[in-house]
Design a protein around this ligand. Structure first.
Ligand SMILES: [Zn+2]
Length: 162
């Protein structure tokens, strides 16, 4: 159980690390307010959230961000392409983390020592589009875990394996 929690946290961290990298490329600082908004969006990948929603969720999370700051933050993040904006008939802009522009990551998990390594297999790029074309299913994110034995454990367990 603990193992799964660890992977969950790791995954969120990895995904946001890529968003932060993009902010850095755009010469934007990763302010606490931006971190809070991004964290909330990364935990609700399938939801479309308005500035009001994020303002409320941030308060519930104990990291209050003023509504005007949330609006500014969303503008900035949308401007650099890390968010998708959805305009509904009610005229309220809602946002989602733009996972399609992020490189999905794959994880190698050692079943002996529990070591977890994130890698990016470039030949999996475009997987979401291909699945959508074949089935109509809209992929928001994907996760691939490959279980096995790491190099270090292969070395130390060689005698036991034979
Ligand atoms: Zn290992």
């Amino acid at each position: 159980m603990l193992f799964h929690i660890r992977i969950g946290q790791m995954r969120e961290h990895m995904q946001l690390a890529q968003v932060y990298q993009r902010l850095e490329e755009a010469r934007l600082r990763v302010t606490p307010q931006r971190q809070t908004v991004l964290r909330l969006l990364s935990r609700r990948l399938a939801e479309e959230l308005s500035a009001e929603d994020l303002h409320r969720l941030a308060s519930e999370d104990g990291d209050p961000v003023g509504l005007a700051t949330v609006y500014r933050t969303l503008d900035v993040l949308f401007g650099v392409g890390v968010l998708t904006q959805i305009m509904n008939e009610d005229g309220v802009s809602r946002y989602r983390l733009n996972v399609e522009t992020l490189q999905p990551q794959q994880h190698l998990i050692c079943v002996r020592c529990g070591d977890l390594v994130a890698i990016t297999l470039s030949w999996l790029n475009g997987l979401g589009e291909r699945v959508h074309a074949a089935t109509g299913f809209t992929v928001l994110d994907h996760e691939l875990k490959l279980y096995g034995v790491c190099m270090a454990c292969q070395g130390s367990g060689r005698r036991g394996v034979g």
